[in-house]
Write a protein that binds this ligand. Structure first.
Ligand code: PEP
Length: 249
């Protein structure tokens, strides 16, 4: 039985004050969240604050990206060791905004995934097709290519301590959620693909859905057999909205 995981991706939002208020709100509501693991992924500069505020909490936290390099002349980058210094537990890798805005390629994502794992953190590996790719009928091909880039380098066994997030790009921040059936089809495809390499890992790996998940659609999405949680952007910025998703899990 896979535990439900709901992770917030705050992106480039928030301030010292708003983050403090948000975390207080989420912490207060956690008594009503039964079996779901709750995680927040914050802009790196706020991780010390988040780490301090969540010190005695069951809420996990993570970063939104990581450098693939260990140390050195990489201006503006944050290394795995630096994230470790603040007890960071999760790292989002391969988010579509990193791929499309910053030109991160499949190989970069694989290196970031490796950097996170090598430092003992859990990568949340994002996969997903654009609208054009869906309309061309190549969703499975795209998701396969993105997954293969990581597994050919790091091996299927690496998924024992990783999380996958299926995020159709056309659903991110658009309010256009995939239907539960559309999402389930891709989740099932991903799990079956992994099962051809290692059935035990396929059975255990958590596959989250991301793309305009909110309080209104979370129940139906999380009720699908292969959807094990959510990666939440916009709705993770308000405690009430985020908690409603966490409670649905
Ligand atoms: C995301 O950015 O990972 C995401 C799922 O965003 P939203 O929930 O706003 O679509």
């Amino acid at each position: 039985m896979r535990q439900t995981l709901v992770a917030g991706n705050w992106k480039m939002n928030g301030s010292k004050e708003s983050i403090q208020t948000l975390l207080e709100g989420i912490s207060t509501g956690m008594s009503d969240v039964a079996n779901t693991k709750v995680v927040v992924c914050a802009p790196s500069i706020y991780l010390p604050l988040v780490s301090e505020q969540l010190a005695d909490s069951d809420i996990g936290f993570g970063a939104e990206t990581i450098s693939e390099y260990e140390v050195g002349a990489y201006t503006g980058e944050i290394s795995a060791a630096m994230l470790n210094d603040f007890s960071c537990q999760y790292v989002i890798v391969g988010h579509s905004e990193r791929r499309s805005i910053y030109g991160e390629q499949d190989a970069d994502t694989a290196n970031k995934y490796a950097a996170a794992r090598n430092a003992g953190m859990t990568p949340i590996l994002c996969l997903g097709e654009s609208l054009e790719e869906r309309e061309k009928g190549i969703t499975e091909e795209v998701v396969s290519r993105q997954l293969d880039a990581v597994l050919s380098q790091e091996g299927v066994e690496s998924l024992a301590d990783a999380v996958i997030a299926y995020e159709p790009v056309w659903a991110i921040g658009t309010g256009m959620t995939a239907t539960p059936e559309q999402a389930q089809d891709v989740h099932k495809f991903i799990r079956e693909k992994i099962a051809t390499m290692n059935a035990d890992i396929a059975d255990k790996v958590q596959i989250l859905y991301g793309g305009s998940m909110n309080a209104g659609n979370a129940n139906d999405l999380l009720g699908m057999a292969d959807i094990d949680g959510g990666l939440i952007g916009g709705a993770s910025l308000k405690a009430e909205d985020f908690l409603a998703i966490c409670k649905a899990g």
